[in-house]
Design a protein around this ligand. Structure first.
Ligand SMILES: [Mg+2]
Length: 255
């Protein structure tokens, strides 16, 4: 069967539960759900993290379900799960490296650690939603606010060059296929707004709902969705991994 779709599946807060947990008892259903879509859709993880992180955090049998990964919030990708290819320019890479050093020098008490990235900055912290404004202000004070985008997930505040996001990354590898995004957080906003179809686990960040509704995509219960529709964001009854399994079964029915 021809693959008309590409699915972009977020990691933190979507595939993974809080604490980067993937419950072993859910893995078989997850793998079965992904494999049942494999003849209809190209399957990509779509994360703010890098290749090394994906390799460390996901079991090999689950990684094998994916064709590739959109990494570093669309600033890099892996077409084969083996290599990470950077999409940003040398100028953008330098801008981000310099900024990362300046932010490290500020020694924010909120930051637990700066995660390894090739071309973005990821400040892992306990309360990204609250810390985001402070990082945004730091970027402004350092004179780079117009050249970078500051966003956040459930685990980190992320900084990337302007113009990149998970949707642009997914589009880059889509080869003209219809795009489907499954995601939960502010760093998924473009994916949820611009993919041809968007779905979310129950824990979708509440602050995303107004912008989705404003753009003609109100959240509706997945149980009320009659097939794939671009004019709403069906939301699963389960959180994170369980919600993803629900959504994969829904997609199997309607793709
Ligand atoms: Mg997420």
């Amino acid at each position: 069967m021809k693959k008309d779709y590409i699915l972009g599946l977020d990691l933190h807060g979507t595939l993974l539960e809080p604490g980067e947990v993937l419950r072993p008892e859910l893995v078989p259903d997850l793998i079965a759900g992904l494999n049942k879509l494999a003849d209809r859709a190209v399957l990509f993880l779509c994360t703010g993290n890098d290749l090394d992180f994906v390799n460390r955090k996901l079991p090999a049998k689950l990684r094998l379900c994916f064709d590739g990964y959109v990494l570093e919030t669309g600033c890099s990708f892996s077409p084969d799960r083996k290599q990470e290819l950077v999409l940003t320019s040398p100028e953008e890479q330098k801008l981000l490296k310099d900024l990362e050093q300046k932010l490290k020098d500020q020694e924010f008490p909120e930051v637990n650690y700066f995660a390894h990235r090739l071309t973005t900055i990821s400040l892992f912290c306990d309360r990204p939603r609250e810390f985001y404004a402070e990082v945004n202000e730091a970027a402004r004070a350092l004179g780079v606010r117009d050249r970078v985008m500051v966003t956040y997930s459930s685990v980190a505040v992320d900084i990337l060059p302007r113009g990149y996001n998970k949707f642009t990354g997914l589009k880059k590898v889509a080869e003209g296929r219809k795009t489907i995004g499954i995601a939960d957080s502010m760093n998924d906003q473009a994916l949820l707004l611009e993919a041809d179809f968007a779905l979310a686990p129950k824990n979708l960040a509440p602050e995303l709902k107004p912008s989705l509704a404003d753009r003609g995509r109100p959240v509706i219960p997945l149980a009320h969705a009659q097939g794939l529709q671009s004019q709403s964001v069906p939301i699963a009854s389960g959180r994170e991994t369980e919600g993803v399994i629900e959504i994969l079964a829904f997609l199997r029915k309607y793709l």
